[in-house]
Write a protein of this length. Structure first.
Length: 433
């Protein structure tokens, strides 16, 4: 494999994503109202040029000051940073509404893969390959560019961070029970059973339907050699049945997980309510702040079931097609592909995730202050990461398909009914019906 946080919302995520889907479904009308097909008059780049970048808030600490200074010294125009809402759902709603209406007040957006696929499909984004070249992308995860950054031969985004779902364990609970950290499926089930006692569970899962249930379904499918967009595969069927068995057969996790999002799950794990937890790397600051990461809570290698695969994700910089300052916006995007800019930005906004540019991971100076770099390096060496499978209508998947899985996990429908209904919903989303 070539060396080359996601902020998750709370329960508001579903309403935000659904609103985005409705807007995108009518995007042609919105674009017509905004003057689609008409080339926006472009402003020549000069010292007086100012662009606006929509991003998580840049902190006012030394990291934030250093990042802003770096941008100022490397660009010949002014960059204004507009803070995104704190909640993911609000970020989706605001960005989608602005882009669909033809708003040009923001020149560069910082978005995730779900928005990226939708926005590329809706023709909201400006191609940037005239500035950001294949060489600029050479140090990113192999295959990621084709999956999320390119459409019809054009490049539309520059990835900023790299976050995977990692396998976290409460080392103290394992040590106290004299149990080895599991490395395969049999050991995993055995450890989970032995550590489910005294009101604590062997495994904690975040299964709220709004988003996190689909993340965990994706991961379990990968581990069993399946694909959560194809419920006809044996690996997918095994994964779905295994999730049910975790609650009803092995009894090593709780059905109450269906109301647990990542923030709630992180706190439960910090409080020692479970021995194992698969979670995005962005959870580590929660463990750090509690003084438990590296001692009581550690990251372990992914246990190998049929595979050891786990999802990875990235947020990225994109240029608004309606911007009147596209050339300046593209220059900013190109700058953000550089190792220095990537490392500085991750620290400046407090994400502290490893950079999308994997070359940075071997630079001790640039990675100083970033979290889980070594953990991610080990996972890359183990060939554990796989870019997520998503579609342009993934927001609907999170509503309909995971709703069907939820019904099965709650014993409201049978296993066979779940598989049949889920696949029908997927086929409809993919236009196969």
């Amino acid at each position: 494999m070539k060396w080359g946080k996601v902020r998750k919302g709370t329960a508001l995520l579903l309403s935000g994503i659904c609103m985005s889907s409705m807007i995108l479904s009518g995007c042609s009308t919105a674009e017509e109202d905004a003057g689609a097909g008409q080339e926006t008059e472009q402003e020549e780049v000069s010292a007086d040029t100012e662009i606006t970048v929509y991003t998580p808030a840049i902190n006012e600490d030394e990291y934030g000051k250093e990042f802003k200074k770096y941008v100022e010294e490397n660009l010949d125009f002014k960059v204004n940073f507009e803070a995104e809402p704190l909640l993911y759902a609000d970020t989706v709603n605001k960005a989608t509404t602005m882009l669909a209406s033809g708003d040009d007040s923001v020149d560069v957006y910082f978005i995730d893969e779900i928005m990226q696929l939708s926005f590329m499909s809706a023709d909201f984004l400006e191609p940037i390959e005239d500035v950001v070249t294949e060489e600029d992308m050479s140090e990113f995860l192999e295959g990621y560019e084709d999956k999320f950054l390119k459409k019809d031969g054009h490049i539309y985004g520059v990835p900023a961070d790299f976050a995977g779902i990692l396998f976290f364990v409460n080392k103290k609970m394992f040590d106290d029970a004299d149990i080895a950290i599991p490395t395969d499926q049999e050991e995993f089930i055995d450890a989970a059973k032995k550590l489910t006692k005294d009101g604590k569970y062997g495994l904690l899962e975040a299964w709220d339907k709004a988003s996190h249930l689909q993340d965990n379904l994706n991961r379990w499918c990968l581990m069993f050699g399946g694909n959560f967009y194809d419920w006809t595969l044996d690996g997918t069927k095994e994964a779905i049945k295994f999730m049910y068995d975790l609650v009803h057969t092995y009894k090593v996790t709780s059905i109450d997980n269906l109301s647990v999002d990542y923030e709630t799950g992180n706190q439960k794990f910090v409080d020692g309510n479970a021995a194992m937890y698969f979670q995005w790397a962005g959870s580590v600051p929660s463990y750090e702040n509690a003084g438990k990461y590296g001692s009581e809570i550690i990251c372990a290698p992914m246990p190998e079931f049929k595979t050891n695969k786990t999802p990875m994700s990235s947020w990225m910089w994109v240029v608004n097609k309606k911007s009147s300052k596209k050339e300046a916006a593209k220059e900013y995007a190109k700058l953000m592909a550089s190792p220095e800019a990537q490392a500085l930005y991750m620290k400046a906004c407090g994400r502290l995730s490893p950079t999308a540019n994997l070359d940075v991971w071997n630079d001790a100076e640039l990675t100083d202050g970033l979290l889980t770099v070594e953990e991610h390096k080990q996972y890359v060496e183990d060939d554990a990461f796989e870019a997520r499978t998503l579609s342009e209508r993934h927001s609907e998947y999170m509503d309909t398909v995971t709703g069907t899985l939820q019904e099965y996990l709650m014993d409201e429908i049978s296993y066979e009914e779940c598989l049949e209904k889920g696949q029908q919903q997927i086929d409809e989303l993919l236009g196969k019906n």
